[in-house]
Design a binder for this molecule. Structure first.
Ligand SMILES: [Zn+2]
Length: 218
């Protein structure tokens, strides 16, 4: 707990990578603009987070996750190949995360199998996201990124499974276009399972509304 009595909250930025944005291998409509909005949110609200982390889809040989042809349900076009330009964080996000200390860690997932949840990822030292957050006494997360009905959803559910309080900031997410209405179905399901569906803007009483805990409050 910090002096304000609210639990330390982390921001988890899911898969905001070039291949998931316009011009990439598996583009999600609005991905680039989503990256910009997340950057603006980080600039505005970073002091309110105990930690800010990102996840990256990072495929070496993920087996049936790559389909030829893909079915766009369980198999996908080749994307986010480890070390490729498409696997890099999108440039609209990079402007924010290149600020020294802006991003506390990156968790990569999916090297040899499909991995939708960021909680399947690990940092450069091999520490999983769940253990990493627990070691920093994080009790709540804001989940944002790409795509709402895929890795954002899986990461939000992964956070619930860790016992964290979970909020999805829908205006900082982008989703696949097909099938129509999928985003609404996803958000309804998440809400039913205990995820708070919220927005980062417009702030109700200032941006600090969404930044419950001072950064690095320990
Ligand atoms: Zn993937």
């Amino acid at each position: 707990m910090n002096p304000s009595g609210t639990p330390p909250r982390a921001l988890v930025v899911v898969d905001v990578q070039r291949d998931f944005c316009e011009g990439g291998a598996l583009p999600v409509p609005g991905g680039g603009a989503c990256a910009t909005r997340i950057s603006e949110h980080i600039a505005r609200a970073r002091d309110g987070y105990a930690a800010i982390v990102a996840t990256q889809d990072w495929h070496i040989d993920p087996g049936a996750h790559f389909g030829d042809p893909p079915d766009f349900v369980d198999s996908w076009p080749v994307h986010c190949v480890a070390g490729s330009p498409g696997a890099e964080l999108h440039e609209n996000l990079a402007s924010a995360v290149e600020i020294p200390g802006a991003l506390d860690a990156i968790f990569r997932k999916g090297e040899h199998a499909a991995a939708y949840s960021g909680f399947e990822g690990h940092d450069a030292e091999g520490v999983g996201l769940g253990d990493w957050l627990a070691s920093r006494h994080v009790a709540a997360v804001d989940v944002v990124g790409i795509a709402t009905s895929a890795c954002v959803k899986a990461t939000a559910l992964g956070a619930l499974a860790q016992g964290l309080a979970v909020r999805v900031l829908v205006d900082l997410c982008a989703d696949l276009a097909d099938p129509p209405g999928m985003t609404e179905v996803t958000l309804r399901e998440l809400a039913q399972r205990g995820v708070e569906i919220a927005t980062a803007s417009p702030p109700r009483g200032g941006a600090d509304d969404l930044t419950a805990a001072p950064r690095r409050a320990e």
